[in-house]
Write a protein that binds this ligand. Structure first.
Ligand SMILES: [Zn+2]
Length: 66
């Protein structure tokens, strides 16, 4: 019986962060916000789905104006 052990090895330690390319911009039309190379989305943080800014549990809404 040969039991491999390396399934239990933690692989969360990486020195190098994954990057997604530099000088990318938001893919939303009309938006030219530059994206961080660490941002895995193709849209800026305003247009990326499912990202709500949280300020100590208070949602900052921008609705109403615009
Ligand atoms: Zn955008």
């Amino acid at each position: 019986m040969s039991t491999n052990v390396y399934a239990s090895r933690p692989s969360g330690r990486r020195r190098k962060l994954k990057t997604y390319g530099e000088s990318r911009v938001c893919s939303q039309e009309g938006c030219s916000t530059k994206l961080s190379k660490y941002n895995k989305n193709t849209e800026c943080h305003r247009h990326a789905p499912r990202q709500f800014p949280r300020t100590r549990g208070v949602l900052t809404e921008q609705a109403g104006e615009a």
